[in-house]
Design a protein around this ligand. Sequence first.
Ligand code: NAG
Length: 496
Amino acid sequence: MARNPRLFPANFRSLSLIFFLSLLSVNQYSVSGHDYADALRKSILFFEGQRSGKLPPDQRVRWRRDSALHDGATAGVDLSGGYYDAGDNIKFGFPMAFTATLLSWSVIDFGKSMGAEHRNAVKAVKWATDYLLKATAVPEVVYVQVGDPYSDHNCWERPEDMDTLRTAYKIDRAHPGSDVAGETAAALAAASIVFRSRDPAYSRLLLDRAVKVFEFADKYRGAYSTPLRSAVCPFYCDVSGYQDELLWGAAWLHKASRRREYREYIVKNEVILRAGDTINEFGWDNKHAGINVLVSKEVLMGKDDELKSFQLNADNFICSILPGISHPQVQYSPGGLIFKAGGSNMQHVTSLSFLLLAYSNYLSHSNHVVPCGGRSASPALLKQLAKRQVDYILGDNPMRMSYMVGYGERYPERIHHRGSSLPSVQAHPAHIGCKEGSLYYLSPNPNPNVLVGAVVGGPNSSDSFPDSRPFFQESEPTTYINAPLVGLLAYFSAHL
Ligand SMILES: *[C@@H]1O[C@H](CO)[C@@H](O)[C@H](O)[C@H]1NC(C)=O
């Protein structure tokens, strides 16, 4: 469906401008105002449903129970805890670290708009970082995954019943993974900012670990999908290379520590590690746009002109998302949703919208606009575009449904999620074996456990949504869809 901009007619500019304005106008699908505070609360609650390990007494998602308590035992280490990435029961370290980085960024930039939800957001960060600390406890080793994905995907089992292979996969000096180690360093550094005043000792622990993990990532270079190909591909295979995670890790370490060496690393490696590459992407694999927006804050606040090229890259990135302002490199569905091929589209929607909003704030604080060709994009415009995407998720769309489970009157009921679709341990205490779960997977009934706050992969490029478990690209939630959404919802709940 991706349309090539070169095929547009000569009056493309004015045509697309109309399209652009229609995207921004109080759109035709708009219901009434949204309850962003309610959506914020739910978007954070979702993370409790994804918890692995021993659940604490204040666990609010009560249909979940302890699970995978012996993770790591086969390797002689404790790797219990952390998050299941999506609708399966694997702990994939690469997207988990990215989730922690983006949750932290949400709290750092928008925590003051979270009200009573602030503490829940911080707990959601800590559930990830407590695990990442365990995964990086041995110097120059990072445990990057627990669970054999083929064994897991072959079954439809509750996490509480799991009897699949819980293999622990690691990287080390001889089998490096600068991508996952760089992202893990970024996550630990970003989280150290979240805990700086709240828990200084924990914050220092996170930052010290981030420094060590980054050193390992930089010194022993390689992509983790080389040594661990059969375990991580095609699930979270690193396609974009590890260079972006090295810059990203350094950028977060610079922000967290203010040490000159990280700034020098960024300046020295900007070209070598290709900061300007594929700038219209941002997700667990590709950090380029995020690096440029993050580093631009320094430039826009007037602190560091030597990093100016990052701002130029960030401007180009913003122009590439704005339809009608330049040749749009990012496509939109007819109903106005950012759309990228490849499945789980909402991850792109929330992460790109997050960058729009974060950058718009950096611009407003420094009285800047983004020059895009002959036009310019104001911070207010970027915010409107981000808000339009959030409103689409919450129900202003052709299906007139919310893509967040438990929010609004209509939402996905058959999400591709093992725990949500199988009866809870309380309702059905007996073990449900690997293949016994198929009955529930194939059932036309709604899931018995409502995973409140889960945002699914979302509609296809024609704005249609099947609400069916086998359509996992549309119906599966992931932690990295929600992590940036937490920041977006916080902002819009406080600034209407
Ligand atoms: C989207 O889904 C609808 C309904 O299932 C289907 O008719 C349509 O062809 C799909 N569009 C694309 C581009 O796959």
